[in-house]
Design a protein. Structure first.
Length: 360
C-alpha cells in the first residue's frame, strides 16, 4: 500500500510546479520526477540539496564571462516570486549550504509576473504540464513563462560544477524549491578567491532554518543577494517571519558593464560605449552511449579493485548506470549499462577515485 501511495504521489508531481529545464537538471528524464516538489515538504520530505537527485542525463557546457540561458517549464507558477542562481564545485552536491555560492539574484517576477497560475496549453515531450512561453529571454511580458540570460562571472573557477535555481514562490505556502544541473565551466579562474567571496545561497523554510512567512501572497526580499541581479517586482515589506526583514530592494551591479571612466576636467563626458549583443547560449553535451558497432569509443566498466571511502562515493563498486567514474586522471565517464564514454576533464582539474578535483 505504501509503495502504491508513493507512486501515485510521484506521478501527480509530473504535472506540478515549475521546473528548470535548461540547463538540463539531474534526473530530468530519469524517474523519480521530484524536481516539481519543494524541499522538505511533509509528503515526501525531499532532502536538501536538489531533492537528492544526482543522475546525470546531460552536461551543459558554460563559459565564464558569458551568459547562460535558463529556461523553465511546468504549471503552478504561483505568481512568480524571487529566485537565485548558484554554483557548487563539489559532487555529489553538498548538504553544507556554505558550499553553495550565489552568482545572480532576481527579486520578484521569477519566472513570471502573472498574477496566479498561467493556463496549461499542453505538455512537454516527457508529459509535464506546459504553460505559454515568452518569445525571447528577459521578456518584460507578464502573461508568459520567462527565460533569463544569467551572467556566469568571468572569475569563477573552471571545472565541473552544479548549477542551481532556487525559488521562493509569491503565492502559496511557505515553500522552497531547488533544481540542480550538472555543468562544465571553461575560461574561468584557476583559483577560488572570487568564488569564495560570493554570498552563500539563501535557504529557508526547512527544519532548522528561517521561515519566510508570506501569508497568502508576498515577494521575498532575499537577504544578502550579492552584487549581481535585478528587481522585476518590488518586494512586499510585510514578508518576514523569522527571515531578515530587509525593507529596501537591493541595488545591483551590471556584471557586463565596463569599468567606470574617471571624470575629465571641465566635466566633459567620457568616451561612449557601444552595447554588444550577447553570444548564443552555450552548447549542451548529451550523455548517450553510441551503438556497439563502434566499440573503440566505449570503456567497459568493471569492478574496481581499490577500496572506497566516503570521499569516493562515485566510484564505489559495483558501478550502476548513471554513476561517474575515472578512466584516468585526464578523463572521466558516466556509466550506462556497463559502458562509459571517456571525456576530458576541464583545464586545471583531474579525476581521482571518481571525483573531479582541482590541481593545486
Amino acid at each position: 500500500m505504501m509503495i502504491t501511495v508513493m507512486m501515485v504521489a510521484l506521478l501527480g508531481l509530473a504535472n506540478g510546479h515549475m521546473i528548470m529545464n535548461t540547463p538540463t537538471p539531474y534526473n530530468y528524464r530519469t524517474q523519480p520526477w521530484v524536481m516539481v516538489h519543494p524541499l522538505r515538504e511533509p509528503e515526501l520530505n525531499l532532502p536538501f540539496p536538489c531533492q537528492g537527485s544526482t543522475h546525470i542525463d546531460e552536461i551543459t557546457h558554460m563559459t565564464a564571462g558569458q551568459p547562460q540561458l535558463v529556461k523553465f517549464t511546468g504549471g503552478g507558477q504561483h505568481g512568480g516570486g524571487s529566485c537565485q542562481f548558484s554554483l557548487t564545485y563539489e559532487y555529489p552536491p553538498p548538504a553544507d549550504i556554505s558550499k553553495w555560492k550565489t552568482i545572480y539574484t532576481i527579486i520578484g517576477g521569477c519566472p513570471t509576473g502573472y498574477e496566479g497560475n498561467l493556463p496549461v496549453i499542453g505538455t512537454d515531450q516527457d508529459g509535464r504540464a506546459e504553460g505559454p512561453q515568452c518569445p525571447e529571454p528577459d521578456s518584460p511580458r507578464t502573461d508568459c513563462i520567462r527565460s533569463f540570460n544569467i551572467p556566469i562571472p568571468k572569475d569563477v573557477p573552471s571545472g565541473n560544477a552544479t548549477f542551481a535555481w532556487t525559488w521562493f514562490n509569491k503565492i502559496g505556502n511557505r515553500e522552497y524549491y531547488m533544481n540542480c544541473a550538472p555543468v562544465s565551466i571553461t575560461g574561468g579562474s584557476s583559483d577560488t578567491a572570487f568564488f569564495d567571496s560570493l554570498p552563500t545561497m539563501f535557504a529557508a523554510n526547512m527544519p532548522g532554518l528561517p521561515t519566510c512567512f508570506k501569508g497568502s501572497e508576498g515577494v521575498l526580499n532575499i537577504p544578502n543577494p550579492g552584487r549581481f541581479g535585478r528587481v522585476l517586482e518590488p518586494p512586499k515589506l510585510d514578508v518576514a517571519g523569522t527571515c531578515s526583514n530587509v525593507t529596501e530592494p537591493p541595488v545591483f551591479e551590471d556584471p557586463s558593464a565596463p569599468p567606470a571612466v574617471p571624470a575629465l576636467e571641465g566635466n566633459m563626458p567620457g568616451p561612449a560605449t557601444t552595447a554588444q549583443a550577447p553570444p548564443p547560449p552555450p552548447a549542451v553535451t548529451k550523455i548517450q552511449v553510441p551503438s556497439p558497432a563502434v566499440p573503440t569509443t566505449l570503456l567497459t566498466v568493471t569492478r574496481s579493485s581499490s577500496s572506497s571511502t566516503a570521499s569516493t562515493t562515485l566510484s564505489a563498486p559495483p558501478t550502476p548506470s548513471g554513476n561517474f567514474i575515472c578512466v584516468e586522471e585526464t578523463h572521466f565517464g558516466t556509466c550506462n549499462n556497463g559502458l562509459a564514454i571517456p571525456q576530458s576533464v576541464a583545464a586545471g582539474t583531474k579525476c581521482v577515485d571518481g571525483v573531479i578535483v582541482r590541481v593545486n
